[in-house]
Design a protein around this ligand. Structure first.
Ligand SMILES: [Zn+2]
Length: 84
């Protein structure tokens, strides 16, 4: 992961000027180099995380985002397919 500033926000392309303006955009973008600015974080990312929580009943899992799976009913299941 790059720590060089400024760098473009992956959502709005504005420049991220430093560590305090540098946020994880998941679940909107999950690439390892994807970072977003404070405005997108406040306006878009928090909303998406709330939507994820409301929709699936669990918070976005930052530790294992790629392990989060859903069954055909949209329920979160573990790696064995067991509903959480
Ligand atoms: Zn942005």
């Amino acid at each position: 992961m790059s720590s060089e500033y400024p760098k473009p926000c992956c959502l709005c392309n504005q420049q991220i000027t430093g560590v305090h303006d540098d946020h994880n955009p998941a679940p909107l973008k999950t690439g390892e180099n994807d970072r977003c600015c404070s405005l997108c974080n406040q306006e878009l990312v928090i909303e998406a995380r709330i939507a994820h929580l409301v929709l699936y009943g669990i918070p976005w899992d930052f530790q294992h985002p790629r392990l989060t799976r859903y069954n055909e009913d949209g329920r979160v299941v573990d790696h064995m397919g067991v509903v959480q």
